[in-house]
Design a protein around this ligand. Structure first.
Ligand SMILES: [Zn+2]
Length: 403
């Protein structure tokens, strides 16, 4: 009965079953290896001489909630060819491991539904053991993604803690994270360019924000690729300017009522009109405030107009539209608008390139949110490499994201 459990239940073949016992809540199977099966771990020859042994225990799948282990005297052999003395290979476990391969698969399966902590508690093993098993699996599958097939990518940075940044590159066709660099700006991307070069991928288009660092890095390393400035970032930047403008106006306002009104619409200015909540009378409150302040009214109206840049029928019309917007901004005499118009003019081609390659860093946003969830759990800081590997595997969502 026990012998057949070892063979069929735990997948241990090629060993002899000796005995089993139950002690301190743990089921133990003792097995042995026949002398004629001993091989050199390096060259595989059977011309070896036995030189003692090491007793080793390996974790097996539990029976119910009871931990199970298999104990084996692993022979040390002297190889006549290699002239070395080593432990023979163990057929059911990887080198240096204290659990079987089937146990490892079981941990990975549970990891799809449970946190590292949950799996560790359930199997009565340490948090680190679970983490190491996951880490080895992630390393095998995600550490070096193939870049050759890349065509359209998005690059963006994410803040993961105080002044700590990661730069991520996303394959826009598959949604996979293909690179995570430490820090931000061009330095963070250096290892990526190196790998990309050796992959000989033919990148057609890259979505980035309007920062000089990324623009320069992409131009230098992907001179043939089309640069597309992400429209979400452009609106986000506009919103930041709008917030600054409201703050300035608030500071300048003397009248009590005027001040109150400006204060109350802080968040409403950033919302898209279609998202204003009718139940809270947000539209009315915003209109009231805008009526009181012409500058703010114009700036808000211009944002609404700017958003339409990405819903023109074609690139030619979009170009005319952008020129019109820039002119209007300059006519307004509002400093914030004029400076934004200048920025748009300087990045014009990259903005309009969206009509040739309608890509954005939008998909990275979802990834970044998941990273933030992981990061909130704080385990990322205990093992940086593990954290990065988890990010690389994010799109497959094979793991619980929390630690
Ligand atoms: Zn050998």
């Amino acid at each position: 009965m026990s012998a057949s459990i070892v063979y069929h239940g735990f997948g241990i073949r090629g060993y002899q079953y000796e005995r089993s016992f139950y002690e301190d809540g743990t089921v133990t199977f003792v097995i042995s290896q026949a002398r004629d099966r001993l091989r050199c771990p390096r060259c595989g020859t059977s011309h070896v001489e036995r030189r003692g042994e090491v007793t080793r225990a390996f974790r097996l799948l539990p029976i119910g909630r009871r931990p199970v282990q298999v104990v084996l005297d692993v022979a040390r052999v002297f190889c006549e060819r290699c002239w070395i003395t080593r432990q023979v290979k163990v057929g059911f476990a990887d080198e240096y491991r204290r659990h079987t391969r089937s146990f490892e698969r079981y941990v990975l399966e549970l990891s799809q539904h449970m946190t590292v902590k949950g799996v560790a508690r359930h199997l009565q093993i340490s948090w680190d053991t679970v983490k190491e098993i996951q880490k080895r699996h992630l390393e095998r599958h995600y550490a070096r993604p193939k870049l050759r097939h890349l065509r359209e990518i998005a690059i963006d940075e994410i803040c993961v803690g105080r002044k700590r940044f990661l730069t991520t590159v996303l394959d826009l066709c598959t949604g996979a994270v293909v690179f995570v660099g430490n820090g931000r700006g061009s330095d963070a991307l250096k290892p990526f360019w190196k790998r990309l070069k050796s992959s000989r991928a033919k990148i057609k288009a890259v979505a980035i924000d309007m920062s000089n660092a990324y623009t320069k890095a992409v131009r230098e390393n992907l001179s043939d690729a089309v640069l597309v400035y992400d429209h979400f970032h452009i609106i986000k930047l506009y919103n930041e300017k709008l917030t600054g403008l409201r703050r300035d106006l608030y500071r300048e306002a003397i009248e009590g009522l005027h001040k109150e009104v400006l204060k109350g619409i802080r968040w409403l200015l950033l919302k898209n009109p279609e998202n204003l909540d009718p139940k809270k009378r947000e539209r009315e409150r915003l209109d009231e405030a805008l009526k009181l302040n012409e500058t703010l009214f114009v700036a808000y109206y211009m944002k609404d107009q700017l958003r339409l840049l990405w819903s023109q029928p074609d690139k030619r019309t979009a170009r005319q539209f952008l020129i019109g917007w820039i002119q209007l901004a300059n006519f307004s005499g509002i400093r914030m608008l004029m400076s934004f118009a200048k920025t748009l003019a300087a990045h014009r081609e990259g903005i309009l390139a969206w009509y040739d390659h309608p890509i954005s860093t939008g998909p990275l946003e979802g990834t970044n949110n998941k990273i933030k969830t992981m990061q909130r759990q704080a385990y990322g800081f205990r093992d940086h490499d593990f954290f990065i590997l988890k990010i690389m595997a994010i799109h497959e969502a094979t793991y619980e994201l929390v630690g």
